[in-house]
Design a protein around this ligand. Structure first.
Ligand code: NAD
Ligand code: ZN
Ligand code: ZN
Length: 406
């Protein structure tokens, strides 16, 4: 049965919208086989997607920089309305509009029970941790689609208190599925608090969300670095200082211009392994940001590293990087007693609090990241524009449910 339009990766640089079957309450066969779980997902729901966003993490696959096969369905940033629920879903109902953490988590394993929902042990045969529509994540269908299955719904979903309010604030609330919690996690694990000075590498949506979160956490100064002038202007639009890492002046010198000293209290890597080196005309340098945040952060400081690093990169600049081995100057970080946090953001740790900040008008994340709505059919163009560095966070509207005024 067709009836589910969905975004699919075809080959490097190409995504298409295809018509797939509407999902049923069944988990991927490989997950059932490896774990012994029943295929029938009585614990799951089918959502009609209200909004679903394009992410820099999708771009790694679409640029051919992962082992994602052609045919990989895409989309892990999902907000939707329940249209069907399994017999064991106790606390949610058809008609509820819910935010979906991009991490798929069982709620029952040791890691989930300890709050580490980014590395659930039961939903991906290949490794700990899973997500919708992502390579090496267990084969769960993507949510850049009209419909999607969400397993373990009582655990994973948060229902918005009011349908009207949810639709009115959908462009802020849609960021709860990933980038707002992820940016917040970056800032929080970097130790940002009242009066901190902060450097955020990357002015893409995650970097902007980290910078905005650093402001929410009370930072005195937030400095955002990138080589994309439009994205740096976006960071300045909500009160950040900026540095252009493509300039010949070093990062330390540019930070000293702003702060009077060449170091910050806290730093966030919101770039990841596809980093460009610093200085005019620099090429790709996968460890550039890791090394620069160690050199710019004070002794005893902390580093938040939401930027993604992979174990397999067919397009890497050298053989070591092809398997995720990077030239990181750990001696410097050791000498400065740095501590750092990597990995998938455990979204459930932060999304309820950030939802409350949005619902009570304390957080306006959609403006900070320049949320821009496009129809699902225009996803291929959205991917191309985002890849070109548009200073926008693209929000897909697969079912025409996003109100025009939102
Ligand atoms: N940990 C998580 O849970 C999680 C969740 C979402 C996204 N991510 C990752 O976060 C990263 C950022 O996501 P995004 O959507 O903002 O991606 P993006 O590609 O839109 O943004 C990355 C930005 O980094 C800039 N950049 C490149 N080299 C740089 C350098 N040396 N210094 C400063 N800026 C530099 C680019 O110009 C670009 O603007 C990606 O790696 C993504 O996969 C991780
Ligand atoms: Zn994402
Ligand atoms: Zn689990």
């Amino acid at each position: 049965m067709s009836g589910n339009k969905i975004v699919v990766y075809k080959e490097p640089g190409v995504v298409e919208v295809e018509d797939h079957d509407v999902p049923t309450l069944e988990i991927p066969p490989e997950v059932a086989k490896a774990t012994g779980m029943s295929r029938k997902a009585d614990h799951g729901v089918i959502l009609r997607t209200v909004s679903t966003n394009i992410c820099g993490s999708d771009q790694h696959m679409v640029r051919g920089r992962t082992t994602a096969p052609p045919g990989q369905t895409l989309g892990h940033e999902i907000t939707g309305e329940i249209v069907e629920k399994g017999s064991d879903v106790q606390f949610l109902d058809v008609g509820d509009i819910c935010t979906v953490p991009f991490n798929i988590a069982c709620g029952r394993c040791r890691n989930c029970r300890e709050g580490h929902t980014g590395v659930c042990l039961n939903v991906n045969p290949g490794r700990a941790g899973s997500a919708y529509g992502y390579v090496d994540m267990g084969g769960w269908e993507g949510g850049q689609a009209q419909y999607v299955l969400v397993p373990f719904a009582d655990f994973n979903l948060i229902k918005f208190p009011s349908r009207e309010q949810a639709l009115a604030k959908i462009l802020d609330l849609t960021m709860l599925s990933d980038i707002f919690p992820t940016g917040y996690h970056g800032a929080y694990t970097a130790g940002v608090t009242t009066g901190s000075t902060v450097y955020v590498a990357g002015a893409g949506p995650v970097g902007l969300a980290a910078a905005y979160s650093a402001q929410l956490l009370g930072a005195a100064v937030v400095i955002v670095g990138d080589l994309n002038a439009d994205r740096l202007a976006q960071a300045r639009s909500f009160g950040c200082e900026t540095v252009d890492v493509s300039q010949d002046a070093t990062l330390e010198d540019q930070v000293a211009e702003i702060l009077g000293i060449n170091e910050v209290d806290c730093a966030v890597d919101a770039v990841g392994f596809e980093a460009t080196g610093h200085g005019a005309g620099a090429g790709e340098a996968p460890a550039a940001v890791l090394n620069s945040i160690m050199s710019i952060t004070r002794a005893a400081g902390r580093l938040g590293i939401p930027g993604l690093y992979v174990t397999g990169d067919p397009g890497a600049p050298d053989d070591d990087a092809k398997e995720g081995t990077l030239k990181v100057r750990l001696g410097l970080g050791w000498a400065k007693s740095h501590s750092f946090t990597t990995g998938q953001c455990p979204v459930l740790r932060y999304n309820r609090g950030l939802m409350m900040s949005i619902l009570h008008d304390k957080a306006h994340i959609a403006d900070a990241v320049n949320a821009t709505v496009i129809p699902l059919d225009e996803a291929p163009q959205g991917y191309r524009d985002f890849d070109q560095g548009a200073a926008k966070k693209y929000v897909l509207d697969p079912n025409g449910l996003i109100p025009k005024a939102a």
